[in-house]
Design a protein. Structure first.
Length: 174
């Protein structure tokens, strides 16, 4: 990972990614310079690990240029790619919100530029940016919807009677 100085980065180069990101869509153009000031611009090479599974969640990222892959460790120790993160998308918010360790690794597929926001910057944005929390909620809901559609549910045959008690415990309570 290479950290770039503010002089190395032109606001115009990160604006398209920030504007396409739901978290920042409520901002006016003059606010983006402030966002750049509270972020760190970082570059990763191809196949470089951006965040490591099980590590502490200390930041969230907006991918400005490039694409990343979400990778889980298999029991054999091999990495299994489970999804991709395109330019303009974010990752790392859940770990910051919940104070949990990283649930997966994120690896740059090719040379990649991202904005890195610390926990402090994240908390500030939640408090001070109009609709940041709404954008965050919508983005997380969209991800949940995508993942839910990928989960295969077993077919249920009502001729076999009611599901077992351990299955019923998995259902959400109203």
């Amino acid at each position: 990972m290479e950290t770039m100085t503010q002089d190395d980065v032109q606001l115009e180069s990160v604006m398209p990614a920030l504007k396409s990101c739901p978290l920042f869509q409520a901002l006016k153009d003059d606010h983006f310079e402030q966002i750049l000031k509270i972020s760190e611009v970082v570059r990763f090479g191809a196949e470089e690990v951006m965040v490591q599974e099980s590590s502490d969640a200390e930041a969230f990222y907006v991918i400005v240029d490039g694409e990343a892959v979400i990778r889980l460790s298999s029991p054999s120790g091999d990495g299994v790619d489970i999804g991709r993160i395109p330019a303009g998308a974010t990752f790392g918010e859940i770990g910051l919100l919940l104070g949990q360790k990283r649930s997966a690794s994120v690896v740059a597929l090719d040379d990649l530029t991202a904005l890195k926001f610390s926990q402090k910057a994240f908390d500030t944005m939640i408090q001070k940016i109009p609709k940041f929390g709404v954008g965050l909620s919508e983005g997380l809901a969209h991800r949940l919807d995508q993942v839910s559609g990928q989960i295969l549910l077993p077919s249920y045959d009502d001729r076999k009677g009611a599901p077992q008690e351990d299955v019923l415990k998995l259902l959400p309570k109203e």
